[in-house]
Ligand binder design. Structure first.
Ligand code: OAD
Length: 261
C-alpha cells in the first residue's frame, strides 16, 4: 500500500496546526541511523534470545553475559548519529511547548538530536523534560540493592563477574536502567505519557510495530479522547487501520515532511 499524495500535506496541516502533539517512537526511527530494530527480519530478537539477555532472571543467572550485550549495544549506538527524523522531532519539541515525545527507544538518539538542534542550554533543558523514555536508557545504571540511578557512557569491563560495575554506596551490582521482559514500566513516566496522549490533538506514531503494551496503547488514548492519529511506517501495523493518516515510508523522510517549517 502506498501513501496517497494528499495524505502527507493533510497530516502536516493537522500536526502543524495542533496545539497539543504527542509522538510515540520505536526502533524504526533509529533504523536509518544504523541501529537495528527488534522484530524486522534481521532484527535483534531474530538473532538474540531475550530470555537470555533481557529478563531479570537472566541477569540473576549470568550478569556478565547480560552486561556484555548491553555494553556492545551502548558502544554501537555511540558510533551512530541522529538522522533527519530525530532532528525534525527535536526541532518541533524546541519550537512547541505543547509537544511531548514518548519513546520506547533506549538508544538516547532523540536526546542527542535535541543537543544538536538547541540554541541555548535553557531551551535544551526545557525540551528534555518533554522526552519520556518509557523503556529506560542504555546510558543509565540502576543499583540492584538500593535502586540508585546514575548516568554512564563509559565501556563496562565485563571480563568476569568481579569486574562488573558496583554501587559506590552499597556495593551491590549495577544493572542497565532499561525495562526487561516481565518488568513494570516506571509509573510516573507512564502516567505522564498517557496524560500527554489524552490531551493531544494529534498523536504521531513512527517506527514501531505497535505490538508491545502499554506503549502501543498511548496512541489509543489520543484517539479515545477525540484526537487524530498519524502513523509513519514502511509496513502496516495493528494501529494502521485506526490511523487517520497511515503514511507508508521511512521516518527519516516522512518526519521532516510533516514537521519541518
Ligand atoms: P520493532 O522492531 O518491534 O518494530 C520496528 C518497526 O519499525 C517495524 O514496524 C518496522 O516496519 C518499522 N521500521 C523499520 N524501518 C523503519 C524506518 N526507516 N522508518 C520507520 N519505520 C521503520 O520495534 P519497537 O516497536 O520499537 O522493548 O519494539 C517495541 C519494544 O519491543 C522495544 O522497545 C523493545 C522490544 O522488545 C524492550 O526491550 C522493553
Amino acid at each position: 500500500m502506498g501513501t496517497s499524495t494528499v495524505a502527507v500535506p493533510e497530516a502536516r496541516r493537522a500536526v502543524c496546526g495542533a496545539e497539543g502533539v504527542v509522538f510515540l517512537t520505536g526502533a524504526g526511527v533509529s533504523a536509518e541511523s544504523g541501529v537495528p530494530t527488534f522484530r524486522d527480519r534481521d532484527g535483534l530478537w531474530a538473532r538474540f534470545d531475550p530470555e537470555v539477555l533481557a529478563t531479570h532472571e537472566a541477569f540473576r543467572r549470568d550478569p556478565r553475559t547480560v552486561w556484555e550485550w548491553y555494553d556492545l549495544r551502548r558502544r554501537a549506538v555511540l558510533e551512530c548519529r541522529p538522522n533527519a527524523g530525530h532532528e525534525a522531532v527535536a526541532a518541533f519539541l524546541l519550537a512547541r511547548e505543547g509537544a511531548t515525545l514518548v519513546t520506547q527507544n533506549v538508544d538516547g538518539l532523540h536526546h542527542r538530536a535535541l543537543e544538536e538542534v538547541a540554541a541555548t542550554p535553557a531551551e535544551l533543558d526545557g525540551a528534555r523534560l518533554r522526552i519520556l523514555e518509557l523503556h529506560g536508557t542504555l546510558f543509565r545504571t540502576r543499583c540492584q540493592g538500593c535502586g540508585v540511578r546514575a548516568w554512564g557512557h563509559d565501556p563496562v569491563d565485563h571480563t568476569s563477574e568481579a569486574t562488573l560495575p558496583r554501587c559506590e554506596a552499597c556495593d551491590s551490582l549495577l544493572r542497565p536502567d532499561v525495562v526487561w521482559f516481565g518488568e513494570p514500566l516506571d509509573g510516573d513516566t507512564l502516567e505522564k505519557a498517557f496524560l500527554s496522549a489524552t490531551h493531544a490533538d494529534v498523536c504521531v506514531v513512527a517506527g514501531t510495530s505497535a505490538l508491545v503494551h502499554p506503549a502501543a496503547s498511548v496512541p489509543l488514548a489520543t484517539l479515545e479522547a477525540g484526537g487524530r492519529l498519524v502513523e509513519i511506517n514502511p509496513s502496516p501495523t495493528p494501529l494502521s487501520e485506526r490511523a487517520t493518516w497511515s503514511l507508508r515510508g521511512t521516518a527519516g523522510a516522512l518526519l521532516p515532511a510533516i514537521l519541518d517549517p
